[in-house]
Each structure stands twice: as C-alpha cells, then as structure tokens.
Design a protein around this ligand. Sequence first.
Ligand SMILES: NC(=O)c1ccc[n+]([C@@H]2O[C@H](COP(=O)([O-])OP(=O)(O)OC[C@H]3O[C@@H](n4cnc5c(N)ncnc54)[C@H](O)[C@@H]3O)[C@@H](O)[C@H]2O)c1
Ligand SMILES: O=c1ccn([C@@H]2O[C@H](COP(=O)(O)OP(=O)(O)O[C@H]3O[C@H](CO)[C@@H](O)[C@H](O)[C@H]3O)[C@@H](O)[C@H]2O)c(=O)[nH]1
Length: 445
Amino acid sequence: MNITVIGTGYVGLVSGVCYAELGNQVICVDKDPGKIDTLNAGGIPIYEPGLKELASANRSAGRLSFTTDLAEAVRLSELIILAVGTPPLPSGEANLAYIDQAALEIADAMNGYKIVAVKSTVPVGTNERIGKLIRARTSKRFDSISLPEFLREGSAIEDTLHPDRIVIGAESPSAAATMALLHRPLTERIVVTDIRSAEMIKYASNAFLATKISFINEIANICEKVGADVTQVAEGMGYDNRIGPSFLKAGIGYGGSCFPKDTRALIQIAGNVDYEFKLLRSVVEVNQDQRFNVIRKLETIFGGELKGKTVAIWGLAFKPNTDDVRDSPALDIIQHLVDNDVNVRAYDPIATANFRTLFGKSDVVWCDEALDTARGADALCLLTEWEEFSEVDLGRLQSALSQPILIDGRNVFKEEHLLGTDFVYYSVGRPSLSQGVKQQVPVLQ
Ligand SMILES: NC(=O)c1ccc[n+]([C@@H]2O[C@H](COP(=O)([O-])OP(=O)(O)OC[C@H]3O[C@@H](n4cnc5c(N)ncnc54)[C@H](O)[C@@H]3O)[C@@H](O)[C@H]2O)c1
Ligand SMILES: O=c1ccn([C@@H]2O[C@H](COP(=O)(O)OP(=O)(O)O[C@H]3O[C@H](CO)[C@@H](O)[C@H](O)[C@H]3O)[C@@H](O)[C@H]2O)c(=O)[nH]1
C-alpha cells in the first residue's frame, strides 16, 4: 500500500518505518526541514532503540522516504496518516492547530479517493471535524479512520510490531476492512469500533494506566508509614489476573509527553459536557505531589534546611531509553532545588541536551558521567531508572559522595546491593532494607 505519514515525531517516524518494514511504500512528511534533512542524511532526530537501523534498512530497500512536500506525498498515496502533535493548551485541552493545518493541506492536495487516518491523540469528535474541514475544500471522496497509537517511548518498535491490539474507528466498512488488512500481519486482535469510541479508547487507556500509577504511589506512601514494602504488595496484587502486574511500579510519578497531557485533556473533555471526572482529577493531583516526596525526604534528612547543600541528580528523562524530557518529574524537582539555593549537579546518559533546552538558563552543573556527578555531593537522588545506575559500584559511589545519602526515586536498588555500605537510603514505599542500611522511616511496632 502507498502510505503518507504526516509528522515525524515518535509516532510518525516509528509507525512510518514499521509500515515500510511490513512491505508498504511509505513517505514520511514533516514541515520541519531540519528534521527531514537529518532523516535524509541517515540520522534520526529522536533517540529510540533500534529505530535508526530499521529506518536505514527500509530506506536502502527503497520502501521509505522523507520529504517536506506534503502535497506531492498525498498525491502519491492511498492512505494518509496524521501523526502531528496535539500539545496541551493552558486549559489542558488538546491544541488541534497542527491537526487542522495538516487537514487543510491534505484537502488541497487530494487527487482522488483517500483514507485519512488519525494516529494523533485527539478529543472525541475531532475526526468528524477533520472530515468537515476537508469536505469544505474538496469534492474528492475520502473516508475517515481513527487509528489511535499505543506505543511507548523506549520500546516503540517492539510495541508497534507486536501490539496488544489495533483499534480502528470507522464509519465505512470497506475502509475499516482495508485498515484491518494492513494491520493483520501485526496482530489478530483488531478491534473495529465507531470513530468516537476509538478516540475515547485512547484517552481511557492512558487515564487508566495513569490511575494505576497514582494508586500504587499512594499505596507506597502508606507503606512508608505502616512499614510495608510496596514492591511486595505490588507483586502480590499483580498475580491476580483481574489486576495484572504492569504499571504498578511506585516511584516519583508519571511524566512524558502523553500521560500528563492526556489525563488533563480527558478532564477537559468531560468538563465540556458538564461531567466532573473526580477520580482523574485526584490521579493528576497525586501524581503532581508524588515527585516532591524526593524533596520531602531530603528535607527530613537535612533537618528542613536545604540551602547551600549540594545535591546530585541521576536521570533527567521521564523514563529510561528515551531522550524525551517533556513533563519529566526531574524538571519540577530540580527547579525546586535551584529555587531553594541548592547546588545541583545533574547527569543523564542521553537526555541532558534536551533537558537543558527545556529547563533554560540556570546554575545547574551538567555532568558527563554518573560517578563524577556524585563527587562532593551531600546527597544523590536517582530520578530515572537507567540500567547504568543499577550497575554502579556502590563502594565507589559512597566514596565519591561527601555524605552517603541516597534517595532512590525508582526503587532501583535491592537489599543485597546495599549490604555492607553506610548508605542512608530512602526509596519509595519500602521500609528499612537491612541492618546495614539506616532506617528510612520509623516502622510501627
Ligand atoms: N510520543 C508518544 O509516545 C506517543 C504515543 C502515542 C500517541 N502519541 C500521540 O501522537 C501525536 C504525535 O506525538 P509525537 O510525540 O510523535 O509528536 P511530536 O510533537 O514529537 O512530533 C510531531 C511532528 O509533526 C510535525 N508537524 C506538525 N504539523 C505538521 C504539518 N502540517 N505538516 C507536516 N508536519 C507537521 C512537527 O514538525 C513534528 O515534527 C500526539 O497526538 C501524541 O499525543 C504520542
Ligand atoms: O509502573 C509504572 C509504569 C510507568 N511509570 C511512569 O509512567 C510514565 C509513562 O511511562 P510509559 O507508559 O512506559 O511511557 P510512554 O512512552 O509515556 O507511554 C504511554 O503514553 C503513550 C502515549 O499516549 C501511549 O501510547 C502508551 O501506551 C503509554 O504507555 C513514565 O514517567 C514512567 O516512569 C511509573 O511510574 N510506574
């Protein structure tokens, strides 16, 4: 099939490359000439494991190309997939300006029947609106498809080539059948719904996963007070098939370009039809507060006064295996430290450049290496569970720090790692780990 994908962010690029991998002829379009130049030079503007190799193989095979010429790409394709951004407006609502613009450009380029599929996460009713926009500008026939995307950054290729399900929202049975055929090599589990339900499935899925995270984070906070271990609690809960083990990792809360944006957008979608989504409001509130547990733990250790201390930060990306820092909890944590005159030394294996751009000018010392970051610091806070952090020699880490204080925001370390060290170790929702590790919170007797 000849496919145009509009937008070369995570979704556009990964899905474009994967459709090409399935043997389709794919043109990826972006209005940003810098991105297209990078892609045409064999580079990849984002960090995503395996993407560069897969893109390069499909380009060499002649199945994948990159251009800024949306009109020409649309003319050559039967299926047009929108994968442009839908960032939040100050109200929390999704900004549909990129979607609208792309829809108008598609309309102006139409030269025959097309399927117009929307992979971007868009509020219920958006596909219908796009349809109206296009119809107002062209008499050429087309069918609208809602094609929500469920990939995760860091495992995007695996998620795309082996999805749990494909959701196709359609009015036209023949367009739905074409889309089912396209995705059949990926999975047998293809759910065909009406368009509005497909749009809602995306928001509901993200909101539910975010709810699981805030739920386990609150359980963790209670575990800290009652002396239970949230990792054991999550394991015990997760074996129940009705609950499942995933998304029960307590930590510093969810970040990234999707959960924070999509939970707020769904609250707005509900609000627009006079429904107050109380549960989701709490999920967002719990998540926003959870990141500050790191600060509260530092304050407990230093008797409330952080001014003048030096704090090392490990991890700036919102999760490992990505250089994406959008809505990363590290942004708020570091901002709070800087605002309180704490000297911050920060390191991330690959996300530092993006973080610096988003964070702006500040006195943070950006480091190139994990152990060096800890040198002379009064405490170390681990904010992203990059594998290299779990492999660090804790003896050398202890020597590098001026005080052996470790706040593990992602529960990376286990009891056996810490035995024989002098670390004052605070994690999330776990009581004292061993005699070698100093007590993090009083355990009720
Ligand atoms: N990032 C994820 O992991 C993920 C996963 C599932 C769904 N989504 C959703 O997919 C959508 C895209 O997310 P993303 O993170 O890939 O976006 P992004 O913001 O990283 O990239 C969007 C790209 O679209 C391009 N663009 C915008 N308007 C254009 C136009 N008219 N013509 C050509 N190019 C145009 C921009 O230049 C940009 O490169 C969002 O709605 C998001 O919520 C994202
Ligand atoms: O048990 C968990 C799982 C995740 N997280 C955090 O949740 C955030 C999001 O993680 P993840 O879902 O793995 O990454 P994303 O790439 O943001 O993917 C989510 O958002 C995408 C965009 O909508 C969807 O396509 C995916 O299905 C959905 O998982 C990160 O900050 C994680 O640290 C936790 O704190 N605990």
